[in-house]
Design a protein around this ligand. Structure first.
Ligand code: NOJ
Length: 510
């Protein structure tokens, strides 16, 4: 734990997202669970990440893979028990890793007792815990769910849901809801979790005039909802978290593609500690797109004193290797980028193995939002069923599950796993990489080159996005500390980059 003079842990950390359904299975039902995570803590420790974020593990009917919660204070039996999560908190801490949970404040499951009560009659005391209306407006739900309003036949009113009809939106203007949900945070903070990823943190506040929204003709409201009241909600959550020792953290999913708007959710240091920066999810593998994106983040975040984050893959989007034409070389060069920019990197389970999305057919499709490909199970062993003994896995394995299996990569010095492990270690060892300034360096159009500096610690990074060799001379003398393709490490940098190669360089005299 850091003292008050050192930067908070989450600025220097590499954070690893676990999607528990697909991580590892301990009971042979084909669905990953907490026992599986416990079993693979050695793997995570070997990778070296400082924190784990678990996608939802709470009681849920699983209409949206656990983002529809029917009890915020219990673990779904599919994943295990409260005793398992307590053990996981304890064992992660014993290995020097923090543990973050996923907090879903915008909506519950329609099976949550609160909604069952709320929908039981118009005068139920919990009626106002959700958002009811006689006349739906034009708001559109995400996940291909059509209108954001569903008629409750029994009481003859419509309820609001920005996602599936099985995910009714809570009414955060009701102080009882605020109090109940803040208590949920306390429940988990008291058990020792180190913070939360907050699901659609920009959605809790709604336009309370319920005016039609022209953009909803083509887009779901959650793509751009941005109301002042969401900030009040976040300030309340932050006050709760700040009452606990040990630098607990709030990381928000503000799924709006406007950096200026996303920045507002850091508040004046009294809302989110960090918000995901999703800009890279929309950029192909090309230097110019990343150059513009990094400049945008650097220009807007630094003056706002907000700490950036970097995300290439997660459970809602195609994996970056898949987006980058399936090329492992591109994906490995991208890892160098992710782990050496200024800001906290988020690694999505399996990207450290270089996985691609699984091929999903109409028969294997599970998710109403069409996001199954990136949620495929992790192949632990080379031989099928890849460490998932028992029932068939809930989704098929990704391509090349045998050659990309964790057991093949963990002790191979040239594997993608080893590259990530070295990158995590390089960040740990270098104040420049963890905390330093970012300066772009002159480079040919298809190369991105930059320097990171913190006091007298320096690193340079050159990333060749092209499939041809490039020349990118730098001032001064540099040694190759790490190469995305494993070639040339510990030798002097001669200004030449192989096709799709990324290099981490350190000054020669250090
Ligand atoms: C964002 C989550 O990442 C996604 O998986 C989920 O479907 C929606 N929020 C609704 O909770």
């Amino acid at each position: 734990m850091s003292d008050s003079l050192s930067p908070p842990w989450w600025k220097g950390a590499s954070i690893y997202q676990i999607y528990p359904r697909s991580f590892a299975d301990s009971n042979g039902d084909g669905i990953g669970d907490l026992g599986g995570v416990l079993h693979q803590l050695d793997y995570l420790e070997q990778l070296g990440v400082e924190a784990l974020w678990l996608s939802p593990i709470f009681r849920s009917p699983m209409a949206d893979a656990g983002y529809d919660i029917s009890d915020y204070r219990d673990i779904d039996p599919l994943f295990g028990s409260l005793a398992d999560i307590d053990r996981l908190i304890e064992e992660s801490h014993a290995r020097g890793m923090r543990l973050l949970l996923d907090f879903v404040p915008n909506h519950t499951s329609d099976q949550h007792p609160w909604f069952i009560e709320s929908s039981s009659s118009r005068d139920n005391p919990k009626r106002d815990w959700y958002i009811w209306s006689d006349r739906p407006n034009n708001w559109r739900a995400a996940l291909n769910a059509g209108s954001a309003w569903t008629l409750d036949e029994r009481t003859g009113q419509y309820y609001l849901h920005l996602f599936l009809p099985q995910q009714p939106d809570l009414n955060w203007r009701n102080p009882e809801v605020v109090a109940a949900m803040q208590d949920v945070l306390r429940f988990w903070l008291d058990r020792g979790v180190d913070g939360f990823r907050i699901d659609v943190a920009h959605c809790t506040g709604k336009d309370d005039t319920f005016a039609d929204e022209p953009r909803c003709i083509t887009q779901p409201l959650s793509d751009f909802n941005d109301q002042p009241y969401s900030h009040e909600v976040l300030r309340g959550l932050r006050r709760v978290v700040d009452q606990y020792p040990g630098e607990r953290v709030l990381i928000g999913e503000v799924n709006i593609r406007s950096t200026r708007q996303v920045l507002q959710y850091y508040g004046r240091g009294d809302e989110l500690h960090m918000s995901f920066n999703f800009l890279p999810l929309d950029i192909g593998w090309e230097a110019e797109g990343f150059r513009r994106c990094i400049e945008e983040i650097e220009t807007l975040y630094a003056p706002a004193d907000a700490w950036p984050t970097w995300v290439l893959s997660n459970h809602d989007n195609r994996r970056h290797r898949t987006r980058y034409h399936g090329s492992l070389a591109n994906a490995r060069a991208a890892a160098m980028l992710l782990m050496t920019l200024r800001g906290t990197p988020f690694i999505y389970q399996g990207e450290e193995l270089g996985l691609e999305d699984a091929h999903i057919t109409p028969e294997t499709r599970v998710d109403p939002g069409g996001r199954d490909g990136c949620r495929a199970p992790i192949p632990w062993l080379a031989t099928p069923p890849h460490g998932w003994d028992g029932a068939a896995t809930w989704l098929p394995f990704p391509p090349d599950a045998d050659t990309l299996a964790a057991e093949r990569q963990r002790h191979d010095p040239l594997s993608t796993f080893s590259l990530y492990r070295h990158l995590v270690a390089a960040r740990r060892a270098s104040p420049a990489l963890r905390l330093g300034d970012w300066h772009e360096l002159p480079a040919p159009p298809s190369v991105l080159a930059y320097r990171r500096q913190h006091v007298d610690d320096q690193r340079a990074v050159c990333i060749n996005f092209a499939d041809t060799a490039q020349v990118c001379p730098l001032d001064g003398q540099w040694l190759i500390e790490l190469a995305s393709d494993g070639h040339g490490e510990a030798t002097p940098y001669d200004g030449r980059l192989a096709p799709r190669q990324a290099l981490l360089l350190r000054p020669k005299d250090v």
